[in-house]
Design a binder for this molecule. Structure first.
Ligand SMILES: NC(=O)c1ccc[n+]([C@@H]2O[C@H](COP(=O)([O-])OP(=O)(O)OC[C@H]3O[C@@H](n4cnc5c(N)ncnc54)[C@H](OP(=O)(O)O)[C@@H]3O)[C@@H](O)[C@H]2O)c1
Length: 296
């Protein structure tokens, strides 16, 4: 019998997209937080032992970057300890673990794209706890793939793209930081990348380790917002000006890396899946959210 894929954090924006995509060809066990709290080691072990999946994909995380600054215990439990419990259970049952991580493990001081071997130096609690989660996975279970991604958006959950669409309806102009650069990455592409990696891992073509995977191209939050609003205007939404501002004019509790561009070439070379240009996916996602399917 075909063993299922176990998707953990299945109700988040990435988890939902991954379950949609994976269930087209696979038997999927989708575990939301109410089905599995990854901070409970025994519950993790029990579910993995019952489901006996062919691979575990962890999309669960504490992702509220600013809130994490004053809630570090919860962020640590979910981002650092949870991944270790998943890795322990995966190791016990001999199952590969795919774990999603972040560009925020870097401080953003590099002038060009980050590669996997670049030194990590997280700026805040979120990045530090995610980095510790990576380390715990590496130290616990050799059969792992850690996928670092960035600036995640898609049709589900909360994300920057959906916030910009809402604000463009509510406000007459948007003010967005123009001095932080990175790669917007669509959940559909991360889902496909994870499935490509899982298929290689489960068929014995193991290529364990840490990889970067992000949308092709680089922009600023301002550039991303501009593309979103332009695409929305073409799809019948309001056209509002998007004003560039500096990070210092938009203070937040957590510091953000000024550059978090990820170089995905190692992933593409090993697993063969490449994201389309971020602008193309942005337009598709905006259109899918704004234009009824029958009118497209
Ligand atoms: N969002 C980004 O821009 C971004 C950028 C780089 C990397 N990433 C990484 O991408 C991955 C997916 O993120 P996302 O954007 O899909 O985040 P998300 O929408 O916030 O989803 C995270 C999910 O994890 C669940 N969760 C939280 N604590 C849990 C626990 N103890 N046990 C089980 N589930 C728990 C959340 O449930 P509740 O909603 O009930 O808390 C939520 O459904 C994460 O590893 C994240 O670090 C995200």
């Amino acid at each position: 019998m075909n063993r299922p894929l176990l998707v953990v954090g299945a109700k988040g924006q990435l988890g939902r997209q991954l379950c949609d995509e994976a269930s087209r060809h696979n038997n999927v066990v989708a575990a939301g937080r109410e089905d599995l709290d990854i901070t409970q080691a025994e519950a993790v072990r029990r579910l993995v032992g019952e489901a006996l999946p062919r691979a575990i994909i962890n999309c669960a995380a504490y992702t509220a970057v600013d809130k994490a600054e004053s809630d570090s215990e919860a962020a640590h439990a979910i981002n650092a300890l949870g991944p270790e419990y998943l890795a322990r259970a995966a190791a016990e049952y001999g199952i590969p673990l795919l774990h999603v991580s972040t560009d925020y493990v870097f401080d953003g001081g590099k002038s060009d794209a980050y590669r996997e071997a670049d030194p990590i130096a997280p700026l805040g609690v979120y990045g530090r706890t995610k980095e510790e989660g990576e380390r715990r996975v590496r130290n616990t279970h050799s059969e792992h793939i850690i996928l670092r991604t960035s600036w995640v958006y898609g049709p589900y959950g909360n994300n920057f793209l959906k916030t910009m669409l809402r604000l463009s309806r509510e406000r007459d102009e948007l003010r967005v930081v123009a001095d932080q650069r990175g790669c917007p990455t669509a959940t559909i592409d991360i889902a496909r990348a994870l499935l490509a990696a899982e298929s290689a891992a489960s068929s014995g073509r193991a290529k364990w380790g840490t990889y970067h995977f992000a949308g092709a191209g680089v922009t600023t939050w301002h550039g991303f917002a501009h593309e979103i609003v332009s695409a929305a205007a073409r799809a019948g939404g309001r056209s509002v000006p998007v004003i560039p501002i500096a990070t210092k004019d938009y203070p937040t509790p957590a510091k953000r890396p000024p550059n978090s561009e990820l170089d995905s070439s190692r992933f593409v070379e090993r697993f063969g899946y490449k994201s389309p240009p971020w602008q193309e996916r942005t337009r598709e996602v905006v259109e899918a959210l704004l234009v009824p399917a029958e009118a497209r």
